[in-house]
Structure formats: structure tokens, C-alpha cells
Design a protein around this ligand. Structure first.
Ligand code: FPP
Length: 246
């Protein structure tokens, strides 16, 4: 029996977030340029998006390009941006067929103009789709997102729109880029690294963390299913004791 058949579809995480890591090492291991790894990483993205949609996951958030990634060699940054544009162009039809709504978090106005425009168009075009919400984190920094939220709230207090004592977790969460999404229950990171790397720091407060040695271009829907099965075997206590849950 495959992992897929073992999954209890009534107990799916609503939101799965993924730190896609290891493209560069995957390519290097094959004696190729890093960019070759990113190209193959797109095949994993496609397969995992399809798998998540098929299973009935509602939100899938992919750490595609961090704010820190701008400091990579220029040719690599350019290649990733071009890959993003060509992938959106190629996949938009599939996203529509599969009822996927595309969404972004991060400072996307920092992306090259063409990339920004393509993304905006794709987000707009898929905005009425009701299936999987696929969020790409682009030029994303969780600390910046949190700082920006604090700034926006402070400005509202300054203008007298809200009082300082009105600021609670729910109000704070409404000022994050993820305001209209539930928090991820499962965070997956590939490539054998055990770090969060400035990704969804607020939102993963209670997420189950799943680490795999697989490099991202080797990660496929079966691996997603394996991670979900592992998640389903865990007991989520939210600070309570076992007897209070059962
Ligand atoms: C991490 O591997 C991967 C990235 C920083 C880029 C992710 C981009 C893609 C998978 C392709 C584009 C995606 C979409 C959604 C169209 P790494 O380069 O950090 O690998 P390394 O740790 O081995 O160097």
C-alpha cells in the first residue's frame, strides 16, 4: 500500500508550507550548474502542487525566493526570475484546469517588472478559483513582515484609529501577508537542513516540523504524502496534556 492510501482524508492539514531546499546541491551532485537544479525543482513544484490539490489540501505555501536570496550571484537571481516567468506562462492553463488560486506573499514589488506583471496577471486570472490556494513566498522575509505589521499597527494607533490595548494576536495576524489564511499545521523542509530560515515565524507557532534528507528536485507527491502521514501520526497538544486531548 502506498502512503496515499494510508492517509486519513478527514484529518488533513489545511495548510502545508514547504521550504524547498537543495536545488544547488542536487545539480552539483550531477556535475551541472546550480540553475539546472532550479529547472528540475520546477518539476517537483508541479508534481507536489498536483498531489496537494488531488488530496484536498486547501493551502500550500512554497518558499520560492527569500529576501536574502537577492544576494546570490546575479546570473542565478536572473535565472530564477526568468524561470518564474516561464513557469507561470507554461502552468497558468493547468492552474485554471485544476481550479488552483495563485497567491503571493513577500515584497513582490521588488521583483523585476516583467516578473511582477506576470505574477499579478496570474493571481488576477486565477482569483475566482475555489480549489487549492497556492502561495509563492517571493522576496519574503518573515522578520520584515512582522516589522511591517508592527509599523502599520503603530501608525493606526498614532492616528487614533485603534487603541494600543486593542492590539492582540488576532489583530496582529490580520496585518501579516497571510491575513486571509489559516496558520500552517505542517512545515516541510527538504535537503537535510534543520532551519526555519526566516520563513513564517509567527505563523508556525504550533506547526509540526518535518525534515527530510531528500533534495528538492527529488521530492515528489509521494514524499508529500509520506510527510502528511507522519503528521497524522503525531499528537498535537497545543500546550495541553495527552489526557485532555483524548
Ligand atoms: C533552494 O535551493 C531553492 C531556491 C532558492 C529556489 C526555488 C526555486 C524553484 C524551485 C524554482 C522556481 C519555482 C517556482 C514556483 C516556479 P538552493 O539553491 O538553496 O539549494 P542549495 O541549498 O543546495 O544551494
Amino acid at each position: 500500500m502506498g502512503f496515499r492510501e494510508e492517509i486519513d482524508t478527514h484529518k488533513l492539514p489545511k495548510h502545508v508550507a514547504v521550504i524547498m531546499d537543495g536545488n544547488g546541491r542536487w545539480a552539483k551532485g550531477k556535475g551541472k550548474m546550480r540553475v539546472f537544479g532550479h529547472h528540475n525543482g520546477v518539476l517537483s513544484v508541479r508534481d507536489v502542487v498536483e498531489g496537494a490539490g488531488e488530496l484536498g489540501i486547501k493551502y500550500l505555501t512554497l518558499y520560492t525566493f527569500s529576501a536574502e536570496n537577492w544576494n546570490r550571484p546575479k546570473y542565478e537571481v536572473t535565472a530564477i526570475m526568468e524561470l518564474l516567468i516561464s513557469t507561470i506562462n507554461k502552468e497558468i492553463k493547468k492552474l485554471m484546469e485544476n481550479n488552483v488560486r495563485l497567491n503571493t506573499i513577500g515584497d513582490i514589488d521588488k521583483l523585476p517588472e516583467k516578473c511582477y506583471v506576470e505574477l499579478k496577471n496570474a493571481v488576477e486570472k486565477t482569483s475566482a478559483n475555489t480549489g487549492l490556494v497556492l502561495t509563492l513566498a517571493l522576496s519574503y522575509s518573515s522578520r520584515r513582515e512582522i516589522t511591517d505589521a508592527a509599523k502599520a499597527i503603530a501608525a493606526k494607533v498614532e492616528k487614533g484609529l485603534i487603541k494600543a490595548e486593542d492590539v492582540d494576536e488576532a489583530l496582529f495576524a490580520q496585518h501579516l501577508h497571510t491575513a486571509d489564511m489559516p496558520d500552517p499545521e505542517l512545515l516541510i523542509r527538504t535537503s537535510g537542513e534543520y532551519r526555519i530560515s526566516n520563513f513564517l515565524l509567527w505563523q508556525i507557532a504550533y506547526a509540526e516540523l518535518y525534515f527530510t534528507d531528500k533534495l528538492w528536485p527529488d521530492f515528489r507527491r509521494e514524499d508529500l504524502f509520506e510527510a502528511i502521514l507522519d503528521y497524522q501520526k503525531r499528537e498535537r497538544r497545543f500546550g495541553l496534556i495527552s489526557e485532555q486531548i483524548n
